[in-house]
Ligand binder design. Structure first.
Ligand code: GFB
Length: 322
């Protein structure tokens, strides 16, 4: 009888945590009888507190951990709170990873982000480039805290032979995202703004010029890939989880997809007084394709439509993070 696995997901109530739940629900072939999945959030334990972290692990006795808990935000929130992003994420990561080692967790998958790569870089970015220079100034706090997870993973491997690794997703979006204008990311921001432009019969204002380029990954696809990393990815070195370079689109393209998905007929205007942030952060998914040449990403038009549907339904029950 295979030994029972207990998979603890920190940050389980967020965008990526729900992406995991939706991935498991979407594809029954991902289910395993010997796995018990536990999704926890800051309501279950304050991971800034080491004792609370230990108590959480002693309660659930995880054999595997997917570590998603973090202080996260879009460009505009990062611009304002770089020190908070640095401190909070460093403390959380140290508490969680050290408790994983102390409790002999068999495998840990942590979540980084493509915005942590060097600002001055050649393209496409790949996994070997994480530490090759300072990140974009807009989010250096978050970026250095996240980069340290990769350093932690190598140190835990060297000193304790721990099997800790990390994934590097590009811009994630989907149901259960943060739709708050100041703190959220671009796609939820666009969906929220079109929703109110339709409701109030006003213009739809896109921030910036619309020219920056992004690779967007649907949270449900990301969830399916993280489950694969947990079960079958053998390396400590991080792996970029993204659509291909050729699937990179502009903010303007994304705005137009949201307009189509929501059948918005009003004016679309660009507020160029707002920052564009990084122009591009094109990442290679060659390493992922080496392992998973078969993986099919959800077409963005369909993924945006599913996200819009979730948003509109949940706006009726007031369960959207606005
Ligand atoms: O997702 P986002 O906020 O962050 O995207 P980044 C910012 C880009 O979208 C800028 C434009 O070019 C903005 O001008 N934009 C247009 C908007 N309309 C909006 C809007 O309504 N809301 C927002 N937020 N942007 C983040 C990092 O960078 O990437 C985070 O700061 C994280 O740390 C995330 O790693 C994945 O993609 O620029």
């Amino acid at each position: 009888m295979a030994e029972k696995k207990v998979v603890l997901v920190t940050g389980g109530s967020g965008l990526v945590g729900n992406g995991l739940k939706l991935a498991l629900a979407r594809d029954s072939t991902l289910e395993r009888d010997d796995e018990k999945w536990i999704f926890v959030s800051s309501k279950d334990a304050d991971l800034m507190d080491k004792d609370a972290t230990v108590k959480l692990f002693e309660k659930h006795k995880p054999t595997h951990v997917i570590h998603l808990a973090a202080m996260v935000g879009g460009l505009f929130r990062n611009l304002k709170y770089n020190l908070d992003f640095l401190r909070c994420n460093t403390i959380i990561n140290d508490n969680v990873l050290h408790t994983c080692q102390e409790k002999k967790v068999k495998k840990v998958v942590s979540c980084l982000s493509t915005c942590i790569f060097p600002n001055k870089t050649t393209y496409p970015i790949d996994e070997t480039m994480v530490h090759n220079g300072p990140p974009h100034d807009s989010n250096f706090g978050y970026s250095y805290a996240k980069r340290m997870i990769d350093v932690y993973n190598r140190a835990y491997k060297a000193q304790y032979d721990c099997n800790f690794t990390a994934v590097i997703p590009t811009n994630v979006y989907g149901p259960f995202d943060n739709f708050n204008l100041e703190d959220g990311h671009v796609l939820p921001g666009l969906i929220r703004k079109v929703y109110y432009a339709k409701k109030d019969n006003t213009d739809f204002t896109v921030w910036g010029t619309g020219s920056p380029l992004r690779q967007f990954i649907y949270s449900v696809d990301l969830g399916a890939l993280i489950i694969w990393v947990l079960r079958d990815y053998p390396e400590v070195d991080p792996i970029i989880l993204s659509v291909g370079e050729e699937d990179e689109i502009s903010i303007k393209d994304a705005a137009e997809m949201v307009v189509d998905a929501m059948e918005f007929k009003g004016n679309v205007v660009y507020d160029t007084t707002k920052s564009d942030g990084q122009y591009k952060k094109t990442a290679s998914n060659a390493k992922l394709r080496k392992y998973r040449p078969d993986f099919q990403f959800t077409p963005p038009q369909q993924a945006i439509k599913e996200t819009v549907k979730w948003f509109e339904e949940n706006m009726k029950t007031d369960t959207v993070r606005l």
